[in-house]
Write a protein that binds this ligand. Structure first.
Ligand SMILES: *[C@@H]1O[C@H](CO)[C@@H](O)[C@H](O)[C@H]1NC(C)=O
Ligand SMILES: *[C@@H]1O[C@H](CO)[C@@H](O)[C@H](O)[C@H]1NC(C)=O
Ligand SMILES: *[C@@H]1O[C@H](CO)[C@@H](O)[C@H](O)[C@H]1NC(C)=O
Ligand SMILES: *[C@@H]1O[C@H](CO)[C@@H](O)[C@H](O)[C@H]1NC(C)=O
Length: 278
């Protein structure tokens, strides 16, 4: 199992590096064959910083990766956004993983995990997005930011039936996020839904209304934020938060950090930042 994960990881590194070496192959939907073989071609290897392969080599030899902090894990690789150039619309699509830090002090919490978190005491299928502390199990995502709310697609992991990162109301009646209220919605895998209000399209939490077109992206800071749409179609005040549970922590959207914390002590506000392998 570990060997398989390692192989997948090596392939991912080569894939990202190859994508960078050949801008036309960056578009995931491109018809152009993508190079995902285990050994890089001369063309792609010339674009790969030799230091960048060090971990791939370590992994291929069955050695453990380095400490799971981005800068040390991928030496020489800076978490920069792809430059979305108007002359090449393909570059407007961004691939990466989502780094999670504490909103108050910036401390690294981890990454959005490719493995869903089962809610203790609920049906086995009630699953939310979770935090992982290792890049090996971080979720790879893809999105094309626009001036409105857009969708973020999971490229691996989660439940393939619900590949969009979305919000799921905690009850069958739609949940509004409002100032002064501890209301929250789980961040889940969701089926595709237009910009809210929440509708029953299917999600990894249960048969409750959800939204998937909730994301904003700031190209200059790489921060990913969310905007939940309430039942009356107005934009809710929306904050990202961690909700610690029995054995794990769920990711949630909330409308009032102080009110939420008063009801769910131990919760803490989060910041999402995109990391790419450029
Ligand atoms: C992106 O590319 C354009 C055109 O090459 C350049 O003017 C702009 O400064 C670049 N932006 C960043 C953030 O690198
Ligand atoms: C938490 O984990 C422990 C050990 O794996 C397990 O016995 C327990 O049932 C779990 N609790 C919940 C609420 O899932
Ligand atoms: C923004 O992108 C989403 C897909 O992520 C799409 O559904 C929506 O129509 C787009 N909005 C605009 C204004 O382009
Ligand atoms: C959350 O509430 C606890 C008390 O229950 C308090 O000690 C803590 O400072 C609060 N945290 C935030 C971020 O408001």
């Amino acid at each position: 199992m570990l060997k398989v994960l390692q192989l997948v990881f090596v392939i991912l590194i080569v894939f990202y590096a190859t994508s960078l070496a050949s801008p036309n192959s960056f578009n995931i939907d491109s018809k152009k064959p993508r190079k995902v073989a285990g050994s890089p071609s001369p063309e792609s290897s010339s674009a790969i910083d030799s230091k960048q392969l060090t971990n791939a080599v370590r992994l291929a030899r069955g050695l453990p990766p380095r400490a799971p902090q981005f800068r040390r894990f991928f030496p020489g690789v800076r978490p920069n956004p792809f430059n979305a150039s108007a002359s090449n619309p393909n570059l407007a699509t961004i691939l990466g993983i989502i780094q999670i830090t504490r909103f108050d002090d910036g401390e690294l919490v981890g990454y959005v995990s490719r493995e869903l978190n089962s809610i203790p005491g609920s049906a086995a299928s009630s699953q939310t997005l979770a935090i992982t502390t290792t890049l090996m199990t971080a979720l790879n995502v893809k999105f094309t930011p626009n001036d409105s709310l857009f969708e973020i697609t999971a490229l691996d992991g989660l439940n393939p039936l619900y590949p969009f990162l979305g919000g799921a109301a905690t009850s069958a009646t739609s949940v509004d996020l409002v100032s002064g209220s501890p209301n929250f919605v789980y961040i889940t895998g969701s089926s595709s839904a237009d910009v809210g209000p929440p509708t029953v399209v299917g999600n990894s939490y249960g048969s409750v209304p959800s939204e998937s077109s909730i994301w904003n992206y700031d190209k200059s800071t790489r921060e990913i934020t969310a905007t939940w749409i309430n039942a009356d179609k107005t934009s809710a005040p929306t904050y990202l938060s961690a909700l610690p549970m029995a054995n794990s922590t769920s990711l949630v959207l909330i409308g009032d950090p102080a009110a939420f914390n008063a009801t769910y002590p131990g919760s803490y506000q989060l910041k999402f930042t995109l990391m790419t392998f450029q």
